[in-house]
Design a protein around this ligand. Structure first.
Ligand code: NAD
Ligand code: MG
Length: 392
């Protein structure tokens, strides 16, 4: 029996992970499942998988969770400390699928125990990449990428020498507004931004796909996870989302990873690694697909990509500042406080201010310094939101 824990079980990645576990229930023993406000769903999952522990990150939701699981013998807990305690429970495989910087601390804690961490939470690598990779090495823990592009690169590197890699190309669908006239972007509504052309995902990452903040995080994630020079990492728009990433070698070979837009492939690869198991994903019919298209991203449409290049140049705490400012700007867009195109302005203004205020390039010493920058960046981003609103 493999002992498994899922952080963010009630989210899009969490549900896909559970779908795979339920197909082979007798192989897995579920240690802990965590969620947020959707305690009814969390309780349902905990019952279906006979989990030992269910945790909501919100203390005010604990009573409802405990009530929903009364009489089952399933333990319940709540709050950020309870998430860390869940990470301390012995497990062989832990899925890190909380959305945002909130996923950093529980995943980091799990590494302490030398576990295998399936990492969907890209924010962990963006905010604290060097710390996370060093902790995994020190504790003998394994991190497996679950982002589709990074799983694809990882698979492309099996049996290869990283020194022979000349370039890595990650693909982007272009998001909801790929074909919109540029001047219309400022009027994009929340509903329009929350619709992805190809993937069904959580709302936040879907909006980040439209702005390409998601691809920006993935550029940084690629650099931090694989240790590849940013100049060798490219982004190409590929509207069909069937090629997830390509790895180019010094002999000119370019190896592409193809598959349907179904996260159960990347999750299942990490779940079964180093073996390949049969997975319930559709098989591509290439003749029916007919053609694959690629185009260069326009930086006027996707200013987030240029910001990510700057973040990779500074490194240090810039990733934490970038991600936190992005999260705050996204909150403001979701709340209707700023326009879609203002998100990049808020992030840029925050990075500019923090560059003047603190030594952003200083390498992170601990999670505490990362979280301090995260906190400060959210404040500065909130000020930038207010400044934008004062002007209009
Ligand atoms: P989601 O919004 O669907 O789910 C997020 C989960 O995190 C939920 O269980 C929620 O309860 C929990 N959560 C939210 N805020 C929390 C907090 N403050 N503390 C603790 N738990 C909290 O998100 P998702 O789309 O499943 O994405 C999860 C992560 O995986 C993100 O980092 C995302 O970038 C990454 N990812 C997702 C996809 C996808 O297909 N959805 C693909 C690649 C990478
Ligand atoms: Mg991705």
């Amino acid at each position: 029996m493999r002992r498994v824990t899922i952080f963010g079980a009630t989210g899009s990645i969490g549900e896909n992970t559970i779908d795979l576990l339920l197909r082979q229930r007798d192989r897995y023993e579920v240690v802990a499942l965590t969620g947020g406000r959707n305690v009814a769903r969390l309780a349902e999952q905990a019952r279906a998988l006979n989990a030992r522990l269910a945790v909501t990150c919100y203390p005010e939701c604990h009573a409802a969770l405990a009530e929903a699981l009364a009489g089952t013998g399933i333990e319940t807990a709540a709050g950020p400390e309870a998430l860390l305690e869940a990470a301390d429970r012995p497990a062989d495989w832990i899925m890190s699928a909380i959305v945002g910087a909130a996923g950093l601390a529980p995943g980091f804690r799990a590494l302490r125990h030398g576990t295998t961490l399936a990492l969907a939470n890209k924010e962990s690598l963006v905010t604290a990449g060097p710390l996370l990779m060093a902790e995994a090495a020190r504790r003998g823990a394994t991190i497996l990428p679950v982002d589709s592009e990074h799983s694809a690169i990882f698979q492309g590197l099996v049996g290869e020498d990283i020194a022979a890699v000349e370039r890595v190309v990650i693909t982007a669908s272009g998001g909801a507004f790929r074909d919109w006239p540029l001047e219309r972007l400022a009027q994009a509504t929340l509903d329009e931004a929350s619709t992805h052309p190809n993937w069904a995902m959580g709302q936040r990452i879907t909006i980040d796909s439209a702005s390409m903040f998601n691809k920006s995080l993935e550029l940084i994630e690629t650099r931090e996870f694989f240790g590849i020079d940013p100049a060798r990492i490219e982004v190409v728009i590929h509207p069909e989302s069937l090629v997830h990433a390509l790895v180019g070698f010094r002999d000119g070979a370019l190896m592409a990873h193809l598959g349907p837009p179904d996260m159960r492939h990347a999750i299942g690869y990490a779940l079964n690694w180093p073996e390949r198991a049969e997975l319930p994903v559709a098989r591509l019919d290439l003749a029916a697909i007919g053609q694959l298209n690629f185009q260069a991203p326009d930086l006027r449409r996707y200013p987030a990509l240029a910001l990510a290049r700057e973040v990779m140049r500074i490194r240090g705490h810039a990733g934490a500042a970038f991600n936190a400012a992005k999260e705050r700007a996204l909150d403001a867009f979701i709340a209707g406080e700023i326009a879609f195109t203002d998100m990049a302005r808020v992030v840029e203004a925050t990075l500019d201010r923090l560059s003047g205020e603190c030594a952003l390039a200083r390498p992170p010493e601990s999670l505490d310094t990362v979280l301090a920058i995260d906190h400060l960046a959210r404040q500065r981003a909130a000020e930038a939101v207010r400044a934008l609103n004062a002007r209009t």
